[in-house]
Design a protein around this ligand. Structure first.
Ligand code: SAH
Ligand code: SF4
Length: 347
């Protein structure tokens, strides 16, 4: 039966080599198979014509290669596309293709169905966690979106907290990085976290990937109110972990800051932010709060957004403002919820 077979999309190179050894095959065959799966998008072993017929039959007996097609694709007036994928158990996840300049595109992918972190400003957070995604379920979002055009960068900023599913996320990153596979360089993928401190240290030990941290407040009082995770890992510990991550990986850490009207958008906040970032190789990505039905929060006035950004720029902090795309199809940050959840939401 199919579900007792191994989905090769779930395996890292080491694991695939091990699997082949167990089948009595040379491990260098792994590269040939990866090439078929990821570079030629072949899922039927019968078509892998540089493998012996025997070997192909054996593979078909023990393994399969999953392949995804979006169940629905919504297209925004600004060109952003939202893909909805139905999972084997009936759950769903979303990924978003965001067009950038010069024909480039960023793909935003999900790492969990729902999220357990309960950030108060995030729609995904209000539904709780349903389950972790497997490595193959993370990788397949990229494979499916690649069928719809090239992708320059991948961001783990869709549904879910990537560091709450660390092992599967690290495996998925290893697969996305494979030279014989999709070949994403580690500078082309960014992992965004709400700040799980022990997992930030573990990540630094396990793999090199760009890190973005959702800061969103400059005092423990406000941050704990917005993001319950801050009660467990307060700002001081979080900033120390980020400093260490930047040191070990020799990369700047990006701090995401969702500006919420009257909550975290004052110049006093900007001042505290400058102090917090002192000594951390970093840049700031300002995101204007995306409003959604049922939220108690609202976006700040344009003037306060500009003042906040200028304050940072004048103090030589690299602070960009993220253009919010795909609002009309609920594809913007914090608006992903999947189809099933949406139906529940309307009840
Ligand atoms: N769980 C991870 C990654 C997914 S959330 C994390 O929290 O970092 C991706 C980004 O969307 C985070 O920076 C988060 O702060 C932001 N976000 C969540 N809800 C938002 C909203 N309603 N408007 C704008 N940004 C939001
Ligand atoms: Fe989860 Fe990130 Fe949303 Fe917080 S902001 S609830 S961590 S997805």
């Amino acid at each position: 039966m199919e579900n007792q077979k191994v989905d090769l999309k779930n395996l890292t190179l080491d694991q695939l080599q091990q699997f082949l050894l167990e089948l009595g095959k040379e491990k260098y065959r792994a590269k040939q198979i990866l090439h078929w799966i990821y570079q030629r998008n072949v899922t039927d072993f019968a078509e892998m014509t540089d493998l012996s017929k025997d070997f192909r039959l054996k593979l078909a007996e023990k393994a399969f290669v999953s392949s995804w097609y979006p169940e629905t694709v919504e297209i925004s007036s600004d060109g952003t596309k939202k893909y909805l994928f139905r999972l084997a158990d009936g759950e769903s996840v979303e990924a978003v293709r965001i067009p950038m300049d010069e024909g480039r595109a960023t793909l935003c992918i999900s790492t969990q169905v729902g999220c357990a972190m309960q950030c108060q400003f995030c729609l995904t957070g209000t539904f709780g966690l349903t389950r972790n995604l497997l490595p193959g379920e993370i990788v397949n979002q990229v494979c499916a979106a690649l069928q719809d055009g090239p992708i320059s960068n991948v961001v783990l900023m869709g549904m879910g907290e990537p560091l709450h599913n660390l092992d599967n996320v690290v495996a998925a990153l290893k697969i996305l990085f494979l030279d014989d596979g999709l070949g994403f360089g580690n500078r082309r993928i960014t992992l965004s976290t709400s700040g799980l401190v022990p997992e930030i240290y573990r990540l630094a030990e396990q793999i090199k990937v760009r890190l973005a941290v959702s800061l969103n407040a400059t005092t423990d009082e406000v941050r704990s109110r917005l993001m319950p995770i801050n009660k467990r890992y307060p700002l001081k510990e979080l900033m120390k972990a980020c400093q260490e991550y930047a040191r070990v990986t020799k990369q700047r850490v990006t701090f995401e800051y969702v500006l919420i009207g009257g909550v975290n958008d004052s110049l006093a906040d900007a001042g505290r932010l400058v102090k917090l970032l002192h000594g951390v190789r970093s840049k700031v990505n300002l995101i204007v709060f995306n409003e959604y039905e049922g939220s108690e929060f609202s976006a700040p006035e344009e003037a306060s957004i500009k003042a906040f950004q200028s304050y940072l720029l004048q103090r030589e902090i690299v602070a960009t403002r993220r253009a919010s795309k795909g609002q009309d199809i609920s594809a913007a940050c914090g608006q992903l919820k999947g189809k099933l959840d949406g139906e529940q939401f309307q009840d």
